[in-house]
Design a binder for this molecule. Sequence first.
Ligand code: GN1
Ligand code: MG
Length: 338
Amino acid sequence: MELREANNIVKQFIPNEEVVAIKLNNKGLINQTFIVSVGKIKIKQFILQAINTAIFPLYEKGLENMILVNNQLNKSAFPYEFPTPILDKYICIDSVIWRLFPFIESNCYDVVLDKNMAFEAAKCLGSFYKSLHNFDTKQLHTTLPNFHNCNLRLSELDKAINTANTDRLNHAKELIKIIDSSRNILKKFDKLNAELPIRVVHFDAKINNILFDKTTNKAKAIIDLDTLMPGTVLSDIGDMIRTFSNTLGEESKNIDGVKADIEIIQNIINGFLSSCKNILTNEEKDNLLFSGKAITLLQCIRFLTDYLNNDSYYKIVYPEQNWIRAQNQWALCCSLKG
Ligand code: GN1
Ligand code: MG
């Protein structure tokens, strides 16, 4: 993106400033994110983001969710930052939807480096749940219906199998077969989701969506709020287990080396319970560990489906990337208890 283009967008949020530098940020598989620097003498940074509206068609409703949740968090003295879009608005330029966020000076990690990091991040998430415990989730929109519905994800996989090209299908044959024999895990997850309390769920509780303080290395902020919707605790703890315990990361091609780190999982659960134990039901607490295995299997199916669909959903930088991701998630799933 050119400076002039960035300026045009940014001035609609902060009229008297000038963009002096732009840097593409490659994190995230969906939206397009830039770090922009504004001001001539005193430089200030912001996050400029183009929303992928094919994936988030209800982005305006998503913004309403962020604002409602933010209001509630402010009332309940949530001790972490929760950055919402500047001026609470999105703008449309040439059919692209843009928003600007404050830049948070912090450390952002793609993999968990130690057990304390896992504890800290999960404690932050627990505090989020506790602060929103009495919030009426009926106020929120479900912007991505059936997002973690395993049955639906399986039917999407079935559709992809029917339309995939022979090469990709042959590659994936074995994995498709094994997944089929794990349907009981997915069934159990859907059943639990229908029974457990409905809460405000982040729905993308990966380690790089929790920002850490540069000096204390304590959790500082929770970001990436597009998927904020009603759901159950299993989605977030499951995603934490999936992403934190895989210390090689979901992009690793070292499939044989992918293995869940048990100590990290224990620290996720302890950290989470340390801030919200008293609001959870026994059934929720009993299934935290299981959620890790189920969400990992679900993510394996999502990557595999996208591979069979010729990579129409997740960003890729090389042709077999979704296939690698699917195998990576399967290896992780096998190493997880549940
Ligand atoms: C997507 O774009 P990103 O990385 O924040 C996806 C998550 C997946 C994740 C896999 C809306 O999130 O559900 O878990 O990739 N978000 C959506 O890394 O599909
Ligand atoms: Mg996300």
